[in-house]
Design a binder for this molecule. Structure first.
Ligand code: NAP
Ligand code: HSE
Length: 430
């Protein structure tokens, strides 16, 4: 932008909006040195004008609860959408682009659901629609895929993309906290979405994976058919048993490419303690990528919170402030990305963990291992926990690599045995 002052309208002044305003104030002269521009927050859109704010913005900024105050202001160069939600955020971004303003957003839910439409509009208007903060908070993964790794065919992405879920699992593992105490702590720290179901049911991670798939593969994997399993039903017993076998439980987002076809999903999985992602704890996120030229790369950092996320939002604002002649929103020239070619999710091959609840009586192990054999599942390790004869005991199996389809068919048979007292718990092993 030619102007010396870049006027920003901030839509949302919660965790991320406040974080962004703090960094703009704190790093003011540094930002000016890098961009040659002064960033001024001119308007702040909130829902509740009476709310007492934890941070007082500069006097240039005027609070409003009327979206039109942002849209009608011809002096605004960039609208920064940090409200969350779908409908109103869509209206704001769509209208901002139509009124000639660049947009920066952290709203992964909106981009996952309606990104194609908004990117097409931004491209038609030759405006920026930037979203570094939408995936993995402070980690610069969007820019990395769009620019730094643009020449690579990405073979796989395996990520811990939800800070709340990772925080909950870490607290359950290291402190033995129960699920709801750990979730409360994540909410108090500002990691969780306004609706934490999105975090614990894997939907937030799915939103982020959808965005990464677009950036890495230039293809649209519809959210509605992405297999998603969250952590709300994780039992502390499995975390502890996994630990005994040398594994930790993590919520994983994964996409693997083979012959131009994609296999993707969100699922809790056991990672060996020496796996590079196993030590990613608390609200931290990490992304492990494999490019066909660069090989493996791992990025690690804070996936949520005011300043880390604000840092990513600021990087987009600064890119636009510095040079908007080279706008690149999706990393691809097509206005609308093609649909991904998808491998049937049940054809995916992994190692597996099963915890069965069975009555301790003759023939149990041979019946269960027989079914596994019939389904081409090879047992790598089996341990039955001691208990009184005839009573319920946990039996844990770790398997060699087997197709998910075989696992699901085998478990259907096994769970019908009269000595099986509860549905078998199953996790993949990475
Ligand atoms: P938040 O703390 O709940 O703040 C939301 C802000 O938006 C509040 O200031 C609220 O106003 C305002 N707002 C919401 N709906 C509005 C509406 N319809 N009209 C006007 N103002 C409205 O949310 P957040 O955690 O900062 O998250 C913001 C966005 O960033 C979301 O898309 C989220 O998914 C994304 N994100 C968050 C994080 C994180 O660590 N929190 C990380 C990455 C991405 P009031 O203050 O008056 O209620
Ligand atoms: N609720 C999200 C998380 C915020 O926990 O990762 C960052 O996107």
């Amino acid at each position: 932008m030619d102007k010396k002052t870049i006027n920003i309208a901030l839509a949302g002044f919660g965790t991320v909006g406040t974080g962004l305003a703090k960094i703009i104030r704190e790093n003011k002269s540094w930002i000016e040195r890098r961009t040659g521009k002064r960033l001024v927050i001119k308007k702040i859109l909130v829902r509740d004008l009476t709310k007492v704010r934890s941070f007082v913005p500069d006097p240039d900024a005027r609070f409003t609860s009327n979206m039109d105050d942002l849209l009608m202001d011809k002096g605004i160069d960039i609208v920064v959408e940090l409200m969350g939600g779908i409908e109103e955020a869509f209206t704001l971004i769509d209208s901002s682009l139509r009124s000639g303003k660049h947009v920066v957003t952290a709203n992964k839910a909106l981009l996952a659901e309606k990104g194609n439409e908004l990117f097409a509009l931004a491209s038609e208007k030759k405006l920026g629609l930037y979203y570094e903060a939408s995936v993995a908070g402070g980690i610069p993964i969007v820019q990395t895929l769009k620019d730094s790794l643009a020449g690579n065919k990405i073979k796989s992405i395996t990520g811990i993309l939800n800070g709340t879920a990772n925080f909950i699992l870490s607290e359950m593992t290291s402190k033995g906290l129960d699920f709801s105490t750990a979730l409360n702590a994540a909410q108090e720290n500002g990691y969780a979405e306004a609706d934490p179901t999105l975090d614990i049911e894997g939907i937030d991670a799915a939103h982020k994976l959808t965005i990464l798939i677009r950036l890495a593969h230039g293809a649209d994997y519809p959210l509605g058919i992405l297999p998603i399993q969250g952590i709300s039903r994780v039992n502390a017993k499995d975390i502890s048993l996994a630990g005994e076998f040398g594994y930790v439980l993590k919520l994983i987002a994964q996409v693997r490419e083979k012959s131009e076809h994609l296999q993707a999903g969100i699922f809790p999985a056991l990672l060996p303690c020496d796996h590079i992602l196993a030590k990613v704890d608390g609200p931290f996120n990490s992304i492990l990528l494999e490019g066909n030229a660069v090989g493996p790369i791992m990025l690690y950092g804070q996936g949520a919170g005011d300043l880390p996320t604000g840092s990513a939002v600021l990087s987009d604002i600064m890119s636009l402030a510095k040079d908007n002649s080279a706008i690149d929103n999706t990393g691809f020239k097509e206005n609308i990305l093609p649909k991904a070619q998808i491998v049937e999710p049940e054809l995916a091959v992994y190692r597996h963990y099963f915890r069965m609840s069975a009555l301790d009586k003759p023939g149990v192990l041979s019946a269960v291992s027989g079914v596994m054999g019939e389904h081409n599942i090879s047992i790598a390790q089996a341990v039955q926990k001691p208990g009184p004869e005839g009573k319920n005991v946990p039996i844990v199996f770790l398997t060699h690599r087997a197709q998910l389809k075989s696992v699901y068919s085998a478990l259907k048979v096994i769970d019908k045995f009269d000595f099986i007292t509860a549905p078998t718990v199953h996790y993949r092993i990475l």
